[in-house]
Design a protein. Structure first.
Length: 486
């Protein structure tokens, strides 16, 4: 849809030599990666939205809020909390969502434009454009660009694979055949190959789920010798948090078609192009290639462990206000230690630490992805200014707390058994309860509306947007054969 921007055209129809591209763009990438976003302008909002909420940029320098967004909603990574703010923003501003017929775009198959409700490529440019594409998919750039303009803001979120594995195990226990067969996550990670069969039903949930969701190809499985899985060494938490600006290269000229269809689509150029098929797919050059490609496509990758820092950077990059990104946590499973930091290892028992190391080793591609985007995030934070970020994060948290006190019964999330209003009861799945919200009574009509938006779970919100975008057609009464009376 629409002409491709030069940058993303390059990304699609890239250079002849992948090796040269990697070298060149690892250098150029630093500069591009570190360029700041546009300037901030506050938007007017309803009463609950603080008129005095701080602008992230000096007031004199304004910018136009970005409203063409592609959010890759990765699994078990805090993505529903991001979805909630996108739903609210789009709803408030009357933006058009590219929606799936149900709740996902044919997942786990690669995204296809034809899965978007109301997508009609034959209408010769007369179709109203979409603003936001944000529901679960396995990313497929070529098809995404059929639906969304190439200069949309592309972003996503990653989470430490150890935390993600804990979350995925309890959520997909009955969906993944590998998880179903194993009595516990510890037992699974002690000997994953005893349970895991690549390609078996739902087993993409059991290994390198982020890599899978980003639509990247997988190395062919080599039979590993027993005991050959080496856990990565625990990272130095300081290194993980604030690495110098070794941020990812923007490999703008890589060819994602080659990535997605490694063999068939590069066949014509094989003599000139180093395709992923020519790598040892398990090698670090293959991983670097995948990461460089992601850098060339995604404008921002948030990190769940630094969710609020990521939100501030998101607001800055989109030229949105802090109020636009403040919201409640969605899809949290009850009884999980939310404060437990797998990144810093603080508060972890020896058993927890072993499980963390094993989970990262088993999910080696996700771990590489996570470390890479963690570095990019902190490079970006350096650029933004640590002090400035801390101030904005503190403000964001204060706003969230105030909203929770104002909107929610008890001021916090509730066990779903107490949520009797179906509009607010989150979809229950997996072996743990998924928490939700109960609204305080006695809210003013305006506050009620805003609090409802904040508390509405993703499925109900998607249905609401769907109904708004595709209002039921009013069927006119059929003509009767009875002659009209004079
Ligand atoms: N703000 C924030 N910061 C950190 N972590 C967060 C946040 N919001 C949600 N979560 C946690 O993310 C888990 C749910 O992820 P998703 O919403 O991506 O899940 S899903 O794939 O859509 O089902 C789920 O993890 P578990 O509770 O460990 O299962 C949530 O608690």
């Amino acid at each position: 849809m629409g002409p491709l921007s030069p940058a993303r055209t390059l990304r699609l129809w890239g250079p002849r030599s992948l090796g040269v591209a990697l070298g060149v763009f690892m250098t150029i990438g630093f500069a591009l990666q570190l360029l700041g976003g546009p300037f901030q302008r506050r938007l007017p909002g309803p009463q609950l939205r603080q008129p005095s909420a701080p602008s992230l940029r000096p007031a004199l320098l304004s910018c136009a809020p970005r409203q063409r967004l592609v959010f890759l909603k990765t699994h078990k990574s805090g993505s529903s909390s991001v979805l909630s703010l996108l739903h609210r923003y789009g709803d408030r501003h009357g933006l058009r969502f590219a929606l799936p017929a149900r709740y996902q775009f044919g997942y786990p198959r690669l995204f296809q434009a034809s899965r978007v409700k109301g997508y009609r490529p034959q209408t010769g440019g007369t179709q109203l454009p979409f603003h936001i594409l944000c529901h679960h998919m396995r990313f497929n750039l070529k098809e995404v660009l059929q639906v969304m303009p190439s200069d949309s803001f592309f972003f996503s979120i990653v989470r430490d694979p150890a935390a993600l594995a804990r979350s995925a195990f309890s959520y997909y226990k009955s969906t993944s055949s590998a998880f179903r067969k194993s009595p516990s996550l510890a037992a699974f990670l002690a000997n994953p190959r005893a349970f895991y069969r690549p390609g078996a039903r739902g087993d993409h949930y059991a290994r390198n789920l982020l890599w899978f969701d980003f639509g990247l190809p997988f190395p062919p499985e080599k039979r590993a010798k027993r005991g050959s899985l080496h856990p990565p060494r625990d990272p130095d938490p300081r290194q993980l948090q604030v690495l110098p600006s070794g941020a990812g290269p923007r490999a703008q000229t890589l060819n994602p078609n080659a990535l997605i269809h490694p063999v068939s689509t590069v066949a014509d150029h094989r003599s000139q192009i180093s395709s992923p098929a020519s790598f040892d797919l398990g090698s670090s050059s293959f991983i670097q290639w995948g990461l460089a490609w992601l850098d060339s496509v995604f404008d921002l990758v948030m990190v769940a462990e630094y969710f609020d820092e990521s939100l501030v950077l998101l607001a800055d990059a989109l030229c949105w206000g802090l109020d636009d990104v403040v919201g409640f946590m969605h899809n949290a499973q009850a009884g999980r230690k939310q404060g437990l930091s797998t990144v810093s290892n603080s508060g972890l028992t020896a058993e927890d630490r072993q499980l963390t190391a094993r989970a990262r080793a088993w999910n080696n591609l996700d771990w590489a992805l996570y470390v890479h985007f963690n570095r990019s995030l902190w490079a970006r934070i350096e650029k933004y200014g640590q002090r400035r970020l801390q101030t904005a994060v503190a403000e964001l948290r204060a706003r969230r707390e105030a909203l929770a006190k104002h909107c929610l019964a008890g001021g916090e999330a509730s066990d779903p058994k107490y949520i009797t209003d179906r509009r607010f009861r989150p979809f229950q799945f997996g072996s743990a309860k998924v928490l939700g919200y109960i609204l305080r009574s006695g809210l003013s009509p305006q506050d009620q509306e805003e609090c409802e938006r904040l508390a509405t779970p993703e499925l109900q919100y998607k249905d609401k947007l769907d109904a708004k975008q595709f209002p039921p057609t009013v069927s006119l009464p059929l003509k009767t054969s009875r002659p009209l009376s004079p």
